[in-house]
Ligand binder design. Structure first.
Ligand SMILES: Nc1ncnc2c1ncn2[C@@H]1O[C@H](COP(=O)(O)OP(=O)(O)OP(=O)(O)O)[C@@H](O)[C@H]1O
Ligand SMILES: N[C@@H](Cc1ccc(O)cc1)C(=O)O
Length: 490
């Protein structure tokens, strides 16, 4: 199958925009195209029929496969009133947490769900043992079965949180029918499939030439290390997942990042050959860092969704720091805000760029989806405490937040002794050098407690001022050396 030639940019697939199939509209810049279509054919406010068009317009759905039948059939299959479709996406537990890159295929699933379709998130408890060679220059080190099981737990918890937060905080009031969301692990079927059955069944249908022609395979075969049989068979296992999900859950759509197109095409090949049913693949764009690397584990630049690895505050700050040239794109990709609202946010931003309005909104929406309302409040509290030296915010912080906020900061547990002063505190916390230079550090104005500079080393510590109600003090030496002091038996 000359598959890559069939791939086509989602944005150019006229049928997906709701326009005539044989007369695609001329390619116009996105914003103008939206208005052009609004005039020709009113855009449905919500509903399955508009799902592909809407997500292409947001830039979330990048490519569809196979282009022609997807153009011809998907819009009809997604019409409101038709039976719901089932779409799936897989996530390999090669770490114990999801990361920001994974959010995009999850957003894809959530949009399917919002349009009334059923979705399945598959944790690759079996596939992670082999390691997907797509987009990788070298093989991964094979993790132990126990490690994969442990990491799969982390991924499952993360996915459950995302779907739960979405249902509670982003759908609750909408009233419409939200599709079903299921969480499965491919170890449940791949782990039980006898080898000979697999090779004799799926193995007999997939073509070597096609598998070898995939770009990810070619790149690896040319590399000095070559490619193991396990890695070579990876796409066959992923294809088998699609077949299994099709047979047992009626799944007809596989979503994935752009790097997954080869594996998705193999799944398409297997399902159509074995069942004769048309199935489809949809990819989402890859989120990259400012240096152009795919954001993820391989490049070592992952921003995690698990609170233990990246706190709500750090996640919030990651999005607040996004540059103007990507923030509009991210608002469309990572939030459910209507496009008209995003336009308005961007217009306001042009007038008042110093307020960082779009960045803050983006950060708030994503943090709420990932960490819930409480996580967003925590992120805001930490921001106030750190960047606005808010004693109130500091006082309201839990131990966990303090640890998260000052992850790298040393902490000390101290007993408050009568008459204890600022110099004693700094010394006991090992925050200043012994002798006169430490003393001078304070008199020079290099020390603050709870955001307030203290220049007299003999100042006696006062409860409620130097020691907050929650029994902590935040000591800062110089510009950014923080020490967390926990007072015992106050
Ligand atoms: N930066 C990203 N942007 C968009 N999609 C991504 C990104 N990173 C991962 N994905 C998608 O998330 C899904 C699950 O990815 P998976 O966890 O298996 O690998 P990964 O995170 O890409 O791993 P690695 O970084 O180790 O290559 C895939 O569809 C993948 O394409
Ligand atoms: N191969 C995908 C993960 C995946 C695993 C199993 C699947 O059925 C689908 C996708 C990746 O590494 O990104």
């Amino acid at each position: 199958m000359a598959a890559p030639a069939l791939r086509r940019r989602c944005g150019r697939a006229a049928g997906l925009w709701g326009g005539p199939l044989r007369a695609p509209p001329p390619p116009l810049p996105l914003r103008r195209r939206a208005h052009h279509h609004q005039q020709e054919q009113p855009r449905r406010a919500r509903g399955a029929g508009g799902l592909l068009a809407a997500q292409c317009e947001r830039g979330l759905f990048q490519e569809v496969f196979p282009a022609q039948s997807a153009e011809e059939q998907l819009p009809g299959l997604l019409e409101p009133g038709r039976p719901p479709l089932t779409a799936y996406c897989g996530f390999d537990p090669t770490a114990d947490s999801l990361h920001v890159g994974h959010l995009l295929p999850v957003m894809g699933l959530l949009h399917f769900q919002r349009a009334g379709h059923n979705v399945i998130a598959v944790v690759g408890g079996a596939t992670a043992r082999l390691g997907d060679p797509s987009g990788r220059e070298r093989a991964r080190e094979a993790p132990s079965a126990e490690r994969v099981r442990e990491q799969a737990r982390g991924l499952r918890a993360g996915l459950e949180r995302l779907f739960g937060n979405h249902r509670e905080l982003f759908w609750g009031a909408s009233g419409g029918r939200l599709g079903r969301a299921e969480l499965l692990d491919n170890a449940c079927w791949l782990g039980r499939e006898p080898l000979l059955d697999f090779l004799g069944g799926a193995g007999g249908r997939l073509r070597m030439g096609t598998l070898l022609s995939r770009q990810s395979c070619q790149a690896r075969l040319r590399s000095p290390e070559g490619m193991s049989l396990a890695e070579f068979l990876y796409p066959a296992l992923q294809a088998y997942d699609f077949l299994h999900l099709h047979r047992h859950h009626g799944c007809r759509v596989q979503l994935g990042g752009a790097d997954q197109m080869g594996n998705i095409m193999s799944g398409y090949e297997l399902v159509t050959k074995m069942t004769g049913t048309d199935v489809f693949g949809i990819t989402v764009p890859l989120i990259t860092s400012t240096t152009g690397d795919k954001l993820g584990k391989t490049a070592g630049n992952a921003v995690w969704l698990n609170r233990d690895k990246t706190s709500p505050f750090e996640l919030y700050q990651f999005f607040v720091r996004q540059q103007d040239n990507v923030v509009e794109k991210y608002l469309k990709l990572f939030t459910f805000l209507p496009l008209e609202e995003i336009d308005h946010i961007m217009e306001m931003h042009a007038k008042e760029p110093e307020k960082w309005g779009p960045q803050k909104r983006l950060a708030a929406e994503v943090t709420k989806l990932v960490h819930g309302r409480e996580g967003l409040e925590s992120a805001k509290r930490c921001t106030k405490a750190l960047y606005y030296s808010s004693v109130e915010a500091l006082e309201a912080m839990s131990d966990q937040e303090l640890q998260e906020l000052f992850r790298q900061a040393p902490s000390a547990e101290l007993m408050l002794e009568p008459g204890m002063n600022v110099l004693d505190l700094c010394r006991k916390a090992n925050a200043i050098p012994d002798g006169p230079s430490g003393y001078q550090k304070i008199t020079d104005g290099g020390v603050s407690i709870n955001g307030i500079r203290v220049t007299d080393p003999e100042t006696v510590l006062i409860l409620g001022q130097h020691i907050l109600k929650n029994g902590v003090s935040l000591l800062r030496i110089g510009k950014k050396n923080y020490y967390i002091i926990k007072w015992l038996q106050l």
